[in-house]
Design a binder for this molecule. Structure first.
Ligand SMILES: Nc1ncnc2c1ncn2[C@@H]1O[C@H](COP(=O)(O)OP(=O)(O)OP(=O)(O)O)[C@@H](O)[C@H]1O
Ligand SMILES: [Mg+2]
Length: 259
């Protein structure tokens, strides 16, 4: 079966001079349907860049030099911008690394999720309202009817992270890219987010790219992992193999800490 996402030989540099600094060097990996793929690696190894490149949201300074990003067999690096806007959000969604910036403090949670639905779907306002409540309960927030009326600052960090996931899945994307979704949370809130991601995979069949440093999280919920170091894939495979027989020194060190 073809994977949902297949990245082939993706290279990204800072600027486009001949001696430009390489950020991603010939990166290839794929994400199967309904699987959670962990993208791990040290800080600065290119994880966020890979996520942004998939969505074509790279900073202007970063240039895709070569490669393909096949989503359902279509190279989305090559489609017109207008089509890409439809893929983004509705087919592939991303939960970004810095959640506080992600909210507008002047609008309620309900309004912010509704806005995404209004932009990407033809649902009526009543249908959108129902969908907002539905996704808030999907991310296991109690009393969605009250959460919709809250402003971002009235929620805890863990609750805000759930809302971000709710917002990103509102349009039923097939692929969710979650960039460090638990990095600022305590262990209880982290476990809650893991539950949410697992349920999304199991109940809604969403494929997930989970970007994280947290090997505990990877070991618990990922099916596969890709290890990036200095912009290169140094190891990839089913998570069980990686945990029992890590080959690259970074992976070995990571697994050692976890043991
Ligand atoms: N706009 C930019 N201009 C120049 N260099 C950049 C830019 N964005 C990222 N980089 C560089 O690209 C490299 C990869 O950055 P990236 O944010 O993808 O790393 P990361 O693996 O997500 O790290 P972290 O775990 O800290 O989030 C880093 O060396 C970073 O300094
Ligand atoms: Mg990052």
């Amino acid at each position: 079966m073809n994977p949902l996402l297949d990245i082939k030989n993706l290279s990204v540099t800072v600027g486009c001079q001949a001696d430009a600094k390489s950020i991603l060097d010939n990166v290839s990996f794929s994400v199967g349907k309904g699987r959670i793929m962990a993208l791990v690696g040290p800080s600065g190894s290119g994880k966020t860049t890979a996520g942004m490149a998939i969505l074509r949201l790279l900073d202007q300074a970063l240039i895709v030099r070569s490669g393909e990003v096949l989503f359902e067999n279509e190279d989305i690096l090559a489609v017109p911008a207008q089509r890409m806007r439809r893929v983004r959000g509705a087919q592939i969604a991303m939960v970004f690394q810095e959640p506080l910036d992600a909210f507008d403090p002047l609008f309620t949670i309900g309004q912010q999720i509704d806005e995404v639905l209004a932009a990407h779907t033809d649902l009526s306002s009543q249908e959108r309202h129902e969908r907002v409540l539905e996704v808030l309960s999907q991310v296991q927030l109690p009393q969605p009817g009250r959460v919709v009326r809250r402003y971002p600052h009235q929620l805890s960090g863990g609750q805000r992270q759930r809302v971000l996931i709710a917002q990103s899945i509102a349009c039923r994307p097939k692929l969710l890219i979650a960039d460090e979704p638990t990095s600022n949370l305590d262990v209880v809130a982290q476990a809650g987010i893991m539950d949410v991601l697992r349920a999304l995979k199991n109940r809604a069949g969403v494929s997930i790219i989970l970007i994280t440093h947290d090997l505990g999280m990877v070991a618990h919920i990922a099916d596969d992992a890709v290890v990036l170091c200095e912009g290169r894939v140094v190891e990839a495979g089913p998570i069980g193999d990686l945990m029992t027989n890590p080959r690259h020194p970074y992976t070995q060190a990571m697994v050692e800490v976890f043991r």
